[in-house]
Every structure is written in structure tokens, then in C-alpha cells.
Design a protein around this ligand. Sequence first.
Ligand SMILES: C[S@@+](CC[C@H](N)C(=O)[O-])C[C@H]1O[C@@H](n2cnc3c(N)ncnc32)[C@H](O)[C@@H]1O
Ligand SMILES: CC(C)=CCC/C(C)=C/COP(=O)(O)OP(=O)(O)O
Ligand SMILES: [Mg+2]
Length: 299
Amino acid sequence: MDSSVTSTTSTELTAPASVSIPGPATPYQGDIARYWDGEARPVNLRLGDVDGLYHHHYGIGDVDHSALGDPEDSESEKKLIAELHRLESAQTDVLLENLGGIGRDDTLVDAGCGRGGSMVMAHQRFGCKVEGVTLSAKQADFANRRAQELSIQDHVRAQVCNMLDMPFETGQAAASWNNESSMYVDLQDLFAEHSRVLEVGGRYVTITGCWNPRYGQPSKWVSQINAHFECNIHSRREYLRAMADNRLVPQAVIDLTPATLPYWELRATSSLVTGIEDAFINSYKDGSFQYVLIAADRV
Ligand SMILES: C[S@@+](CC[C@H](N)C(=O)[O-])C[C@H]1O[C@@H](n2cnc3c(N)ncnc32)[C@H](O)[C@@H]1O
Ligand SMILES: CC(C)=CCC/C(C)=C/COP(=O)(O)OP(=O)(O)O
Ligand SMILES: [Mg+2]
């Protein structure tokens, strides 16, 4: 595990260290909290163990076949895991690149932060504070433990709370994001809340899977993904409409579908398959589902 992250500023996170944790806002949120409290899939833990960045999102970019080596090699599974993890971290790099210019004194908000891999990477890149929220107490504890191990707990913190009602001041955040977490909430409510916590001129970024209005309606593969994760995938049209309604003006809409397919095709050959690989591959190939990045300015 790489524990080499350092932080050089002395500013402390401003919110109180302990917050009262209200119950879930809806029965559905209770289900999602339980889902992530109970999640321990090897595909996520083994990849995170590579360097201590634990992600719950997918990868992008070309597979480096030279890094995989000979499939008969005794180390081949380890190399494959490292390669899948590299592609997942590359996904976060692209999200962070789209946040724009972030200073060390800025605060960023990770809505639906999972085990905190993206938060650590954001702090490493910008030196700033990063506040995350998740419904899962287990995930928040995990993320805070990692921050402590890295001695960045004064800059990186996860709290258990609803991303539709975040414990941040109006205009507090220079930038905020959802990394594969917006399919658990109503988009109008979500973007109203991001718009509130973002400063005017701030940047919002999402990387998400969305169904393609050009296909017509959600395909059977999209329905299968929803059932697998207990989520509700929105359409691309819904994202753009809800942003427009909430003072978030798209600056970039990038179709990452071709860039994520190599990750899925590699993952399908691994011993860590979970059974959802074909649904992603088939829906990306039949055009019913798209992996997109949307970066928007808070105006
Ligand atoms: C697929 S994981 C993504 C985690 C993280 N963004 C990453 O890239 O590793 C989805 C996350 O969304 C969170 N989530 C779902 N609904 C939420 C809500 N209403 N409020 C806060 N977090 C929520 C879950 O707790 C989980 O951490
Ligand atoms: C793009 C879409 C529709 C994402 C749905 C949200 C989700 C569950 C993301 C991956 O989490 P994970 O890393 O825990 O999943 P897995 O165990 O499959 O790697
Ligand atoms: Mg995963």
C-alpha cells in the first residue's frame, strides 16, 4: 500500500468533527445504506489493495497489454488486477482534470464518496480540502481510516449523510462531483443541492452511466443493471434538463463509452467477475447505454 501522500497546508476542515447522524430520509435510502454497508466484493477490495485507493467505479482507457504479460505466468492474475485498478484510477484522473483550476484553500465536495478513493486523489492533486458524503457508515469509517493512515484527515473527510441535504454552507464549494452515484437520486433534487453548495462560477462534474434517448427506452440490459445495484439509471436527456433547471450549464459532455469498453472486456476475463459484465458490454455495444462525463458551470 502506498502511504506516501503528504499534505503541507495547516488549515483544518471547518465543519465539526462529529455530527449527529439522522436516519435515512426514505426507506429506499435505508436499503442503499444497507447495501453499501454489506458490500465486500473482491473485485473492489483486491483492486484497492494495489495501492490503497479504494474505488467503486469503473475504468477507462486502453489496456496496456505489455503490463499483463503471459497468461500462463503465475503472476498473471495479479497483473490483471493491477491493470484494472490503473484504469479505474485513470477514470478519476479524467474527472479531476475537468474540475478546472482548484487552489489549496478550496473545498471540494464528493457526493456519494464510497470508500474515498476519489477524495484522496483530489487532495493529492490539488492539496485542498475534500468533503465526502455517503449513506453508508461502513464506507465513511473506511474512508476516514484511510485518510488517517495517510495523515490527511485534516483535509479529507467522509460523513454519513444524504447528498440531497448536505451539511455544507451555501456557496462553500469551489467544485463538486458525483462519480457513479447520481443513479440513486432524483436529478432535480440532486442538482438543486449541488447548485446551492457551489459558489457562483464553481464547477460540477459527473461521470455516470445513462440510458440513451436515441435507443427509445431503457433496454433489458439497463433494467438488469438497475436490479443488480438497486439503482435507477437516468437518461442523458434527464441529466441535461435537470442541470439546465438548476443553474448548471454544461461546458463539456464527453461520451466515454468507447473508452470504458476495454476495461469491461478485460474484466470479463478475470477471476473476479461478478456476473454484471455482459449487461454493461451488451448495452454499450447496442447503443442503449452510455458512459458519459458532464462538466457544468454553476452560473
Ligand atoms: C457506486 S458507489 C460510488 C462511490 C464513489 N463515488 C467512487 O467513485 O468510488 C455509490 C455511492 O453513492 C452513495 N449514495 C447513494 N445514494 C446516496 C445519497 N442519497 N446520499 C449520499 N450518498 C449516496 C452510496 O452510499 C455509495 O457510496
Ligand atoms: C455506471 C453505473 C450504472 C454504475 C452504478 C453504480 C455502481 C454500483 C458503480 C460501481 O460500483 P462497484 O465498483 O461497487 O461495482 P462492482 O462491484 O461491479 O465493481
Ligand atoms: Mg468496482
